[in-house]
Design a protein around this ligand. Structure first.
Ligand SMILES: [Cu+2]
Length: 316
């Protein structure tokens, strides 16, 4: 099998808190809009060490890390691989590497069927890739909720509103050097980034926009303009990972999908992203979203449900 894990992190990074007991408070925001999963007995804004102790053995396991990493990686690379296969000369290194990568994803159960067709649907700008993105991360949130509830721990609420300041009392953004030179101080640079992010976030929440776009279209915008920026903004310059394939429980860098689910911000970010599903359903007069609506009225049936072989329902 191809050694996909040797692919440099930087290739994936492109895509892609600290608990204070006094801040713990009950919230009602752990429901996943349009879904009927109701396992959380309570729902907190903070991400406690207790919660992370429950989640880390699963999302930090090598198998889960590799799956999440390659799920994101495939979306960014499959179109290039398919092109290399059809356009590069037979016997060329480029062609062989592309074939190896595709074979590796097949072995992992991530890629099924014709690669070109798969790419058309599931590559990052594919026909249903936005829905895939929302669906897969919702499955992760459900897994998180089931695991925490099974241990009698509160679920984690996503950010209802994004922090307004990089110096937010509860959720300060780790201060680091700007990712490109502008002449601004680091704090001014990241505050401007956050201000722009919040403006984009507000525009994407506007019912006038939501009514005009498909769920897939909205999700692609949200991934690019909200999700990716949040991962960058809240990543810590002092990475806690040693080497690219560190599987220790302290490796929780928010940027690479290999390690991001171990970072407390991941659950705040993805709870926030998941809320967009509810806003879109509301704008289109749906009350429910399901893989199989079985003819129920006001139910939107997911078109993009690609997850690969990872079975997240096992953690019931
Ligand atoms: Cu992810």
């Amino acid at each position: 099998m191809t050694e996909l894990r040797r692919i440099p992190f930087k290739a994936v990074v492109v895509a892609v808190f600290l608990a204070c007991p006094s801040l713990a408070r009950a919230s009602t925001r752990c429901d996943l809009p349009g879904d009927n999963l109701r396992v959380c007995s309570s729902c907190f804004d903070r991400v406690s060490d207790d919660a992370l102790d429950v989640l880390k053995p699963v999302v930090g396991a090598e198998e889960h890390r590799r799956w999440h990493h390659n799920w994101h990686l495939l979306r960014y690379r499959i179109a290039g691989d398919v092109k290399a296969l059809s356009e590069s000369p037979k016997g060329s290194t480029e062609r062989r590497l592309a074939q190896d990568e595709l074979d590796g994803w097949r072995d992992m159960g991530l890629l099924v069927g014709d690669a070109q067709e798969f790419s058309k649907l599931h590559s990052v700008s594919g026909e249903i890739s936005g829905e895939d993105f929302l669906y897969m991360h919702r499955e992760m949130l459900k897994m998180e909720q089931r695991m925490l509830a099974a241990q009698g721990k509160p679920c984690v609420a996503g950010w209802k509103e994004l922090p307004a300041s990089i110096s937010d009392h509860s959720w300060p953004a780790p201060l680091k050097a700007p990712d490109h030179p502008t002449g601004d101080s680091p704090s001014a640079f990241w505050q401007k980034k956050l201000d722009l992010l919040r403006r984009n976030d507000a525009m994407l929440r506007d019912p006038k926009y939501l009514r005009l776009v498909s769920l897939n279209h909205m999700a692609q915008d949200v991934e690019l303009y909200v999700h990716n920026v949040l991962h960058l903004l809240y990543s810590d310059a002092a990475s806690h990972c040693h080497g690219d394939w560190d599987a220790s429980s302290t490796c929780d860098d928010l940027m690479p999908p290999w390690s991001s689910p171990l970072n407390p911000h991941f659950w705040k970010i993805h709870g926030h992203i998941d809320d967009f599903i509810g806003l879109w359903l509301e704008a289109h007069d749906y009350k429910e979203i399901a893989s199989d609506c079985a003819g129920r009225p006001a139910c939107y049936q997911w078109r993009g449900t690609w997850v690969g072989k990872m079975d997240m329902s096992a953690h019931r």
